[in-house]
Design a protein around this ligand. Structure first.
Ligand code: ZN
Length: 106
């Protein structure tokens, strides 16, 4: 079994990582903005409920993206192994999710 993944597979994992970070940044920005607006303006009930709905939606999108990516070698979902960052290696098959030396980009 290969102990490394191809650079195409690595790029795919890095794309997933960027998406995870983007979703997390958007979610937290929204949550903080919502809390700030709520504190300052004391929003009406309907707007509070809408705000919570959007938050839940963002969290749901994050979870879906998190569990959408799999280890290219064994297929184990990466979402079980890490938060938003691609782990060093796969916890099941041990394949390394890092570029080879001298293989930075092809
Ligand atoms: Zn694996």
């Amino acid at each position: 079994m290969a102990d490394r993944i191809s650079s195409a597979e690595l790029r795919q994992l890095m794309r997933w990582q960027r998406r995870m970070i983007a979703v997390m940044v958007v979610t937290w920005s929204f949550v903080l903005l919502f809390i700030a607006v709520e504190v300052v303006f004391d929003l009406p009930r309907e707007l509070e409920i809408s705000g919570f709905a959007v938050m839940l939606l963002l969290v749901a999108v994050g979870v879906v993206i998190q569990f959408s990516e799999r280890c290219p070698s064994c297929g184990k979902r990466i979402g079980w192994q890490s938060g938003v960052i691609v782990p060093e290696s796969c916890g099941r098959c041990g394949v390394v999710f890092r570029p080879r030396e001298g293989d930075r980009d092809g």
